[in-house]
Design a protein around this ligand. Structure first.
Ligand code: C5J
Length: 223
């Protein structure tokens, strides 16, 4: 039986049926979040991302306790790098790029320690993990097929980074017909101004790509 829950959100309340709403956690990988990882090696302040761990943990625990659908993504490439576009590889003209040896194994290569999801949010058996080569989680993956097969119509999108992989995924999802709500305490950027604008872009113009809220409001509405 359908059950509609209403969450306080911007630009207006988000209505959803938990049975057809999945929690989609984007790229909470060790290389982006952990001290000593690739992100920090590039000079980024990982604390800007680490503040999202605790809220994500709470939301994930609430979602799991109700037996609802959870999907995780990881950004990365095949060990032979055959799926790495040259345009992505040469980006930044950095001495160290994707596929090179990094502090936690080869950078953004599947199977390496740094590519894996942080232990705090580690997927449970049965929770799909989408390995994506791009920013958006729909590009060159089976995410859309999995969501269709599960009967999912709406998504709670969390993870990192707000302006890159979260924003791209929300835009891709909305074009494919999914409603997306983004809890701002569960998404992070290395750059505070991009965090603010990345969220503003989603909810502008009457919610052009989706809704913005907070995990405490979503959890409160569920219980
Ligand atoms: C993600 C990135 N996950 N910023 N990647 O946002 O390169």
């Amino acid at each position: 039986p359908e059950k509609t829950i209403s969450v306080d959100a911007e630009p207006y309340s988000f209505e959803f049926d938990p049975e057809t709403c999945a929690l989609l956690i984007i790229d909470m990988q060790r290389d982006f979040l952990e001290p000593g990882g690739f992100g920090e090696m590039l000079g980024n302040d990982v604390s800007q991302l680490r503040r999202t761990i605790e809220p994500n943990k709470k939301l994930l625990a609430a979602w799991r306790s109700l037996g609802l659908k959870v999907i995780h993504t990881r950004e990365g490439h095949r060990p032979d790098l055959a799926d790495l576009p040259p345009a992505k590889k040469i980006r930044g003209r950095s001495a160290t790029c994707i596929g090179d040896a990094g502090p936690m194994g080869r950078i953004l290569v599947r199977g390496e320690a740094g590519h894996d999801i942080i232990p705090e949010l580690y997927p449970l058996p049965g929770e799909p993990v989408i390995d994506k080569p791009g920013k958006g989680a729909f590009f060159a993956t089976d995410l859309h097929a999995i969501l269709q097969n599960l009967g999912v119509k709406q998504l709670i999108v969390t993870g990192v980074t707000t302006e890159v992989c979260v924003n791209t995924t929300v835009r891709e999802a909305n074009d494919r017909g999914y409603d997306c709500i983004v809890p701002e305490d569960c998404v992070g950027s290395y750059f505070p101004e991009f965090q603010a604008m990345g969220l503003k872009m989603i909810k502008a113009q009457g919610g052009i790509f989706g809704w913005v809220s907070d995990s405490t409001k979503i959890i409160a509405a569920m219980t």
